[in-house]
Design a protein around this ligand. Structure first.
Ligand SMILES: NC(=O)N[C@@H](CC(=O)O)C(=O)O
Ligand SMILES: [Zn+2]
Ligand SMILES: [Zn+2]
Length: 345
């Protein structure tokens, strides 16, 4: 029985760090294990221009505790007013590693997102030309589309047409939640990748709704049926390099989660590595863990892999805190509902 595994230090290819007091509180939770992360730009106001990304990166580095190492990989929030030349300059300087597409109204802080995809065509063409990846929150927002179908409909109506119209555009389908997402990636080429969260490997929609509503399991895209969870788990543990970890760790205070209209997002930064190791072990796939968390993401983004390593050992269940404290109030740590035996030493 394997009870220790050493892998290259992992990265998180989809992370929300927020700003101010929340940033201060959540950043060490990620930097403890992860070397780098793709930083989501959905602040209020959003990170749209290169200069905003530069000052956000400075605020992140200022919030990093002494003695910790961490590199934020910055992104720009695509709007219908985004200037292709500003994007190209932010990429050329090394500052920006991806552009993020939110359909307007799809998720937390996405009001400035794209409504008419024709209006971002020139930016997408520029990105294809310079090799800058597009990260996509893949859900349609049409009121008549059932929330559980929004990812599948997005693939057919929006994503596939965008990719066909923009040859060479590298796209990451963020936080996929369906077999449809898995299959779409599988049936395409190396220009298409997908991030998978730890929580979508663990929960299905029953976890949110059976026995009372569980606001801390509510995130977007919402967890789907069990067959979809199983498809995600199979993809993550398959060894296929097009799937990689993006935690989508998305902190909201308990006050904002536990209310009549609670915010979407699961906070997993604290225990991600234990969650993922436990799930990979359950599939007999610990040998695929390093690829998923440490190798496939850098390969997709054409970045070097990390030189340092982390070691996970298996033993008595790890005691993670139920919540982390922030100046804005407590933030509940994702609770998988089973003991976690793998710890990062
Ligand atoms: N995943 C979520 O449920 N929430 C994210 C936004 C997002 O990634 O869609 C957030 O910013 O809170
Ligand atoms: Zn999203
Ligand atoms: Zn997210």
């Amino acid at each position: 029985m394997t009870d220790s595994i050493t892998i290259r230090r992992p990265d998180d290819w989809h992370l929300h760090l927020r700003d101010g007091a929340m940033l201060q509180a959540v950043l060490p939770e990620t930097a403890r294990h992860f070397a780098r992360a793709i930083i989501m730009p959905n602040l209020v106001p959003p990170v749209v221009r290169g200069e905003q990304a530069a000052s956000y990166r400075d605020r992140i580095m200022a919030a990093l505790p002494d003695g910790m190492s961490f590199e934020p990989l910055m992104t720009l929030y695509l709007t219908e007013d985004t200037d292709a030349e500003d994007v190209a300059a932010a990429h050329a300087s090394g500052l920006v590693k991806a552009v993020k597409l939110y359909p307007a109204g799809a998720t937390t802080n996405s009001a400035s997102g794209v409504q008419d995809f024709d209006n971002v065509r020139s930016v997408l063409e520029k990105m294809a030309e310079i090799g800058l990846p597009l990260c996509v929150h893949g859900e349609v927002t049409d009121a008549e589309i059932d929330i559980f179908d929004r990812e599948a409909v997005f693939i057919d109506r929006i994503l596939d047409p965008i990719r066909k119209a923009t040859p060479g555009l590298r796209v990451v389908m963020e936080h996929i939640t369906t077999k449809d997402g898995v299959d779409y990636v599988k049936s395409n080429d190396a220009d298409l990748g997908a991030t998978i969260t730890a929580h979508h490997l663990i929960i299905n929609r029953n976890h949110i709704l059976v026995g009372g509503i569980k606001p801390h399991y509510y995130c977007l895209p919402v967890a789907k049926r069990e067959e979809h969870r199983l498809a995600l788990l199979a993809a993550a543990t398959s060894g296929d390099g097009r799937y990689f970890l993006g935690t989508d760790s998305a902190p909201h205070t308990d006050a904002n989660k536990e209310m009549a209209c609670g915010c979407a997002g699961c906070f997993t930064a604290t225990n991600t590595m234990s969650l993922v190791a436990e799930m990979f072990e359950s599939q007999g796939a610990l040998d695929k863990l390093e690829g998923f968390v440490s190798l496939n993401g850098p390969a997709f983004y054409s970045l070097p892999v990390n030189e340092d390593t982390i070691t996970l050992t298996k033993g008595e269940p790890v005691d993670y805190p139920d919540k982390i404290e922030t100046e804005d109030g407590p933030v509940t740590v994702f609770e998988p509902g089973f003991p976690l035996h793998w710890r990062v030493v």
